[in-house]
Design a protein. Structure first.
Length: 322
């Protein structure tokens, strides 16, 4: 019969050493992610917050300015609210249409019996076009005076829009450009649609479900994670929308930027101005790094807010419950 005293109890130091080795082993495995998180996220974010309260032009040492940068951006900088409205418009309209159009094209191609590879290639190729070249081509195609699109519209009796020279049509023009390069979402949705179990469609059809009901109650619940992925990544990408509106404004205005020629983004009438353009304009053209950091923090806060809202309302976003 053994007693408690005769049992072998590990010393406290041995247990502490094992826990320490286990913690060090865990940190070693996590170290690549931790280093990347600190270097590429935590430190830049902390620096952005720090410089948002500083007056810094990149040449002289930063000096404390308190909330002057924040007051300047929100109260005195004339372009901030226009850029914010344009960015939110693009997030709501462009992301919604891209997801709907990508899903529709994916459904269409999965239903086609012959020539699937040809149609898939045709829809995917525009996505591979460089953003600058694609934007310049679209501006020339939609040129109010000489563009072929407006010429065809006039021949059939439809009033030709001003597109990138009219503030009311510039954002729809950018949306058309985004829909033209829908190949990335098309491929993602095609993979998700082909992964839906066929027996669920067969069971719904035997129960007398219509095509819309099969889509509503079979397709959507199965691809809801992919829809959420497309919406969240689309919001983040649109929050970083920079190249296309900048190039469209430059080409449409006929501005050739060179030495001594500073281009104010947003042509026409600040309708293509986005928050990322403000960050570049303030930081690298006006050398007002403090105000640029304020706009960058607003952009970061909006991205986090949109992502959190979408993740909390995942089921309500597409009208189904998982």
């Amino acid at each position: 019969m053994t007693t408690l005293a005769s049992q072998k109890v590990p010393p406290v130091r041995t247990l502490a050493a094992k826990r320490r080795r286990s913690a060090l082993r865990t940190l070693a495995f996590l170290s690549p992610w931790l280093i990347g998180f600190v270097v590429f996220f935590a430190y830049p974010l902390a620096s952005t917050v720090y410089f948002s309260f500083m007056h810094y032009d990149g040449f002289k040492p930063p000096t404390w300015s308190g909330g002057k940068n924040w007051a300047y951006v929100f109260e005195h900088y004339p372009y901030f609210w226009s850029a914010l409205r344009n960015t939110l418009w693009l997030v709501v309209v462009m992301v919604t249409l891209r997801v709907a159009f990508g899903l529709g094209i994916g459904l269409l191609i999965t239903k086609i019996k012959t020539g699937t590879g040809v149609f898939r290639t045709l829809f995917y190729l525009p996505y591979l076009a460089p953003p600058v070249a694609a934007t310049m081509s679209f501006v020339f195609l939609l040129n109010p005076g000489t563009g072929p699109v407006n010429s065809m519209l006039e021949k059939i009796g439809i009033p030709a829009p001003g597109w990138f020279t009219d503030p009311h049509w510039s954002k729809p023009g950018l949306t058309l450009l985004a829909l033209w390069g829908i190949g990335d979402l098309m491929v993602i949705f095609m993979a998700a649609l082909l992964d839906v179990p066929a027996e669920q469609y067969e069971a719904a059809q035997l129960d007398g479900a219509s095509p819309w009901q099969r889509f509503r109650f079979v397709t959507l619940p199965n691809i809801s994670p992919i829809i959420m992925f497309a919406v969240v990544t689309g919001v983040i990408q649109t929050m970083q929308y920079y190249t296309e509106p900048l190039v469209a404004g430059k080409v449409a205005s006929g501005t050739i930027q060179g030495s001594g020629n500073q281009f104010e983004p947003g042509y026409p009438g600040q309708s293509t101005l986005t928050l990322p353009q403000l960050v570049y304009n303030l930081g690298f053209q006006r050398f007002d790094y403090g105000s640029a950091c304020v706009v960058a923090l607003v952009l970061f806060a909006l991205s986090m807010a949109f992502t959190a809202l979408l993740m909390r309302r995942r089921g309500g976003l597409i009208g189904v419950t998982d």
